[in-house]
Write a protein that binds this ligand. Structure first.
Ligand SMILES: [Zn+2]
Length: 246
């Protein structure tokens, strides 16, 4: 391929634009805020399941408490009836009196047990409510962090996107001014992951940094300036400049 060296030189502008595009795309994909948002979401999901567990425990405890209350109520009613029967004087036989006294004592013990259980349940409820409050507060803190990071990330994305639009416009302008076959070659080379074009600097390829050997240098020196030359090793289009050391 033969192209005016002044036009070949413009491939360096295209390579610089492509480098900017790569850097912007990389930055867009690797913002620290994106990582922070992901971490916050993970923490929120852990916090959410912890809250659900606590809420379930809270509800279970509520049911236990109701059962305990109705048991306590039944014992109290039974005691009331017993004491009414005792004071009514209706029970005369000492055997019956003994039986009733025995039941009163048993119910009293039962009442004591139920009161202990109620205390224990109340302590557990207190702990669960304290945990619920602290985890809920924790969740609010994480949500705030996530929301703040989201605002920063979105602003940064929008800034990068504006820049990308500008650089892409610049690229389209450059492509429009360059010969199609040269652009096609450049794109083919760039698609392999190496720079499409790079300057030879101090006898080194600007793409892979390889130092050219004597015969390659001789070939480069002998090549007509119009000739489009490429690195044998990476394929990058070699742009000869005053700094090439040829
Ligand atoms: Zn190379």
């Amino acid at each position: 391929m033969r192209i005016d060296p002044a036009i070949q030189l413009r491939l360096l502008d295209l390579a610089a634009v492509d480098l900017s595009l790569q850097q912007l795309t990389h930055r867009r994909a690797n913002l620290p805020e994106t990582k922070a948002i992901e971490q916050a979401e993970e923490q929120l999901s852990t916090t959410q399941s912890r809250l659900m567990d606590l809420q379930t425990a809270h509800n279970d405890l509520g049911r236990e408490m109701s059962r305990l209350e109705s048991d306590t109520e039944a014992v109290r009613a039974r005691q009331q009836r017993n004491s009414e029967r005792m004071t009514s004087g209706a029970i005369k036989a000492s055997k019956d009196l003994e039986a009733i006294e025995h039941e009163i004592a048993t119910l009293k013990r039962r009442q004591g047990e139920l009161e202990d259980q109620e205390l224990e349940l109340m302590e557990r409820a207190e702990q669960i409510d304290a945990d619920l409050a602290s985890v809920t507060e924790q969740r609010a803190v994480i949500e705030t962090q996530r929301d703040e990071a989201t605002v920063v990330r979105d602003a940064e994305w929008s800034r990068i996107d504006d820049e990308l639009v500008g650089v892409n416009t610049q690229r389209a302008g450059l492509i429009g001014e360059l010969p199609d076959d040269l652009v096609a070659l450049y794109e083919r080379v760039a698609a392999t992951g190496t720079p499409g074009a790079a300057p030879i600097t101090q006898r080194r390829c600007g793409g892979c940094r390889l130092e050219f050997d004597g015969s390659t240098l001789a070939h480069l020196r002998a090549a007509d300036p119009d000739e489009v030359v490429r690195c044998d090793s990476c394929g990058t289009i070699q742009i000869r400049t005053a700094e090439s050391g040829l």
